[in-house]
Structure formats: C-alpha cells, structure tokens
Design a protein around this ligand. Structure first.
Ligand code: NAP
Length: 242
C-alpha cells in the first residue's frame, strides 16, 4: 500500500508519514522547500525497515503535482491513500491582508488539495478503492479573528470533503477530513508561552495536541476501522470545540 502525504517534512505531516510507515505503507514524503527535513523523515523510516522517498513539489502548482504523482507511482506503486496536509497561515486583520496573501493562502490550502485530488483520482477510480484525508482546522468550523482568510480556506476543505465523498463513494473511495485544534508545531511558534498555556487551560483534556495525535486520527480514517465513514469532519482538538 502506498500513501502520498503533502507537507510531510515537518509537523503533522512528518508524524503522519511515520505512523503510516509503521503500518507497512510505502510513503511518498512531499515538501516544498525544506529538503533536509524531508530527507531526515525518509531516513528515519528507512532505518526502521520501511519504504519512503521524498518529492519536492509546490502543491499550488498543478504541473509540479502531476509530476510528483507520476514519479511516486512509478517509484512506490499506485497511490492508495492521499493526505492533503500541506498548509500555510497568515495572521492579521482582514483589511491588512494583501492580494498576495489571499493568493498564497488559497493557492496552497485550497488549490493544493484540488490539484492533488485531481491527480490521484483517475488511478483510484480505475482500481475502485482509496482513501483521501484533508487536513482542515477547528478555525474552519468556528472562524478565528485575525485569521479570516485561513479560516475561509479551511472551511473550503470541509466543503471539498463532503462533495467529493458523494462523487467518488460509488467508486469505493472514502474522503474525510480532520479538524485539528492547537497542535505543537512550527505553525504555532508565533504564539507566546502565555498564550499556549491559556489555550491549554481552555481545553477540556488540558493539553496542547501533538502531531502524533493528529497523525493517528488520520490513519484511523484510512483503514478498515473507519470503513463505513465518509464525508466527515473529525475534530482532533482535546474538546476545545464541541
Ligand atoms: P508546519 O509545521 O508549518 O508544516 C507545514 C508543512 O507544509 C511543511 O512540511 C511544509 O513544507 C509544507 N508546505 C507548505 N506549503 C507547501 C506547498 N505549497 N507545497 C508543499 N508543501 C508545503 O505545519 P503543521 O502545523 O504541521 O500543519 C499541517 C497542517 O495542519 C496544515 O494544513 C495546517 O493548516 C493544519 N493545522 C495545524 C494546526 C496546528 O495547530 N499546528 C491546527 C489546525 C490545522 P516545507 O518544510 O518544505 O516548508
């Protein structure tokens, strides 16, 4: 079995790559810039006896995505599972956001998932099976002040998940979404220790989530334990949003 995970050089994507490798998947580790970090994810998997290879591609670029999918399928076999994890965030008041900010967020977070789904689906449909998980955010469900564009892109992923689940369900393909809460990754490195502690206190399970917490939920949505689950958004947030 083969999985393609976008943005797998760091954070949630890197943890997801390791979880799938432990379960026997060959892992295509996508990255955009951070070649060294992607190589270290691949090395760690190979050292433990797994199979993995890294692929540089900007998910926002359809040609780079098509080439990545072609290479990964040639190297590792047909893609059975796609995890659309690559994502970026820009914070600030809406009136201060530029056209470039809008394009950056929409192209990476939304167009990226469209590009990858479009590239992997023909093979999944012809094989009548597969699973796709999109990584949204709790802000896509509740909205976040000073993260309006980010929240908008993450809501779009929930819409993509539901509509595509209906479209490809008859072909045996399940499409689901995770909506993480506050997870300890580079994306939150801008938050002060005080803010992180406040968020922890507000969370019923009294913790900041780990990348591994999200990775295991993604894996759940891709194996037979969730075989009758499709079109769903699973909150992975310690109860912060219920
Ligand atoms: P992160 O630590 O900042 O890592 C982001 C990953 O995305 C990196 O591997 C990065 O690659 C890759 N990436 C960014 N732009 C890309 C592009 N255009 N093409 C391909 N790869 C690209 O982020 P994270 O916290 O793990 O977040 C992962 C996902 O979870 C995102 O979609 C994020 O919105 C979502 N999420 C995170 C949290 C949280 O609290 N952390 C909460 C809710 C949802 P390089 O290393 O090459 O730059």
């Amino acid at each position: 079995m083969t999985v393609l995970i976008t943005g797998a050089s760091r954070g949630i994507g890197a943890a997801t790559a390791k979880v799938f490798a432990e379960q026997g998947f060959a892992v295509a580790v996508n990255f955009k810039n951070n070649e060294e970090a992607a190589a270290s994810v691949v090395d760690e998997i190979i050292k433990k006896g797994g199979v993995a290879k890294s692929y540089r591609a900007d998910v926002a670029d359809p040609a780079q995505v098509a080439e990545m999918v072609r290479s990964a399928e040639a190297d590792l076999g047909p893609i059975d599972v796609l995890v659309n994890n690559a994502g970026v965030c820009v914070s600030g008041l809406l009136q201060d956001m530029t056209d470039a900010d809008y394009d950056f967020l929409m192209d990476t977070n939304v167009r990226g998932a469209f590009n990858t789904c479009r590239a992997v689906l023909p093979s999944m449909i012809s094989r009548k099976g597969g699973a796709i998980v999109n990584v949204s955010s709790m802000w896509g469900e509740t909205g976040a002040s000073c993260e309006v564009l980010y929240s908008m892109t993450k809501s779009a992923l929930a819409g993509l998940t539901k509509a595509l689940a209906k479209e490809v369900g008859p072909s045996g393909i399940r499409v689901n979404c995770v909506a993480p809460g506050v997870i300890d990754t580079d994306m939150n490195s801008g938050y002060s220790e005080e803010t992180m502690n406040e968020l922890k206190e507000e969370t019923p399970l009294s913790a900041i989530g780990s990348p591994d917490d999200v990775a295991k939920s993604i894996y759940f949505l891709c194996n037979e334990c969730s075989g009758f689950v499709t079109g769903q958004v699973l909150g992975v947030n310690g109860g912060l949003v219920i």
